[in-house]
Design a protein around this ligand. Sequence first.
Ligand code: ZN
Length: 242
Amino acid sequence: MRIAVLSDVHSNLHALQAVLAEVDAGAFDELWCLGDVVGYGPRPNECAAIVRERATVCLAGNHDLVVLGKIPMSAFADDAGIAALWTQRALDGDARTFLETLEPLAMRPGAELFHGSPRDPVWDYVLSEDAARYTFAATSEPLVLVGHSHVALELSSDGLGLYGGKADAGTQLELSGPRRLLNPGSVGQPRDGDPRAAWLEIDKETGWATFRRTAYPVELTQGEMREQGLPEILAGRLEHGV
Ligand code: ZN
């Protein structure tokens, strides 16, 4: 069983298509999405349609829920709020219906999935030692997957210590060892200094997880964002991966 784990697509169709081209070439059995299909980017309907079609499981992220009106727009800073309002207007009925079905957490055999964390599946960022320790303590499966921070991360716990940190492209981990807490990073708006689309490959046969990065035509997404009048800061950051 080979699983492609994606998160934080954020309406970036060109990034999603580039990742899926590699997924299609890699004989994956399942695709898991950890939420924030929409928000920030210019192609929400296409991204929602593709994820709906392809994903075995998809979580709701804070951006998905804001666009649906399930959490208030006031929860967002200026640029995210402007993009969320734009997305609300642009979202078609099919995309809305799909997003309405999503929950911010899910279970799969041997794995617990959260957009944020078990402390707060919608909002909590696993970026501190405290949040990581809480997450390990509040879960029991060998593998815990989180999104939301847009930073590819690999942490492990042997019950005493906490190990790991940022996961660069190509990082490989054996899954048979200590419990793992992994964040695949973001497909559509990476914030760890590498502008390539981030995702995670899990191979249950070999027992290895591999952090992947996929280059995509950033300028096409930027052009679409500028055409739609989305905030320039959101377009500009994509080429720097911040
Ligand atoms: Zn996000």
